[in-house]
Design a binder for this molecule. Sequence first.
Ligand SMILES: *Cc1c(COP(=O)(O)O)cnc(C)c1O
Length: 389
Amino acid sequence: MSGFISLSVPNFGEKEAAYAAEAITSGWVSTSGAKVSEFEEALAAYVGMPRAVAANSGTSSLHLAAMAAGIRRGDEVIVPTLTFIAAVNPLTRYVGAEPIFIGCNDTLCIDPDAVEDFCANHCTLKEDGLYNNKTGARVRALGVVHVFGNMADMPRLLDIARRYKLILIEDATEALGTRYTAGPLAGKAAGTMGDIGCYSFNGNKIMTTGAGGFVVSNHADWAEHAKHLSTQAKADMLQFLHDEVGYNYRMTNVQACLGLAQLERLEGFVETKKARYDQYKAALDGVHGLRILPFKEESDGVRSNHWFYSLYLKDSGLDRDTVIAKLQEQGIQTRPVWALINEQADYPKNEAYALEKAQDYRKYIVNLPCSTNLTEQDCERVIAAVKNL
Ligand SMILES: *Cc1c(COP(=O)(O)O)cnc(C)c1O
């Protein structure tokens, strides 16, 4: 047995070292320096938006988005329950709002039918917006996560948001590189179709700056407001005047250099993700009742980034935690999908709907190693170990 195979780790090489060295030798290692703006421009161009606002994490990007979108104390926000907790906390409790949880469909993303059902049958649409019949609160926004890099059903979700006067916030933290290639939204990248969208450069994402993120918006003033809030809401460059409560959510110049290097390699990472995904799928899908869950593909009008791979155990008779432990013994790191957020300590009293599929996927998914530096041989070793379970 050769080395340990991690689930999802950074892929840094000479380019990252050289670009970061530039920042270090120039002395511009903190939150000032030209590279942050350069990185913002390169990111905006990559996702096809006029402006990108860099931040120090995906979580802070989502908090900036919630504030820029004007979500207020007492509001409610419709969110998925099958996702990472940082998709929910910043859009809700960070700004004093409460979540309404909705389950997923077979893309693992929020189920548009269940969102529509909640809006139509549990709420009242008034002149100024949507109101929850049970709590009387304003339902102000819909948070959509492109889970594991799979595109959520944006044509339908955008239509629902428009009809029910909801702000649509896209959490594209897992989906940089995913975009529509056909249909009404052809050419649009995940994160760029709603009112405001967020990305992450955490260490396990498809590209990383160690930690980082960015925000884009179809409202130019929201993007500028996000930038303002991320830089202590400074109203005057010299006199220390601040016109609202701001945050220090800035990215550093060193991180921006790492990001510029990673962005040059991103299309290559997307290719590797697809190649390893195809390898797992060809070897394991349908074997011993196992499945490798699908992504939206070119035939569905989507170029997916294939960020995280899901082995689905339901018809195999295998137990999730036993599988994870057995693979760990062989030096292979895997993990279960997230515990549902409506079951987490802080959210037991919040409304939650259409949970069946989310509960099923929670029980039967094991995420397989998917780093962009995973070799074909590493992948073969994982496949052999899974076949032997
Ligand atoms: C990674 C992630 C985040 C948070 O990003 P960080 O950069 O780790 O703060 C938020 N939402 C989802 C769905 C994520 O996967």
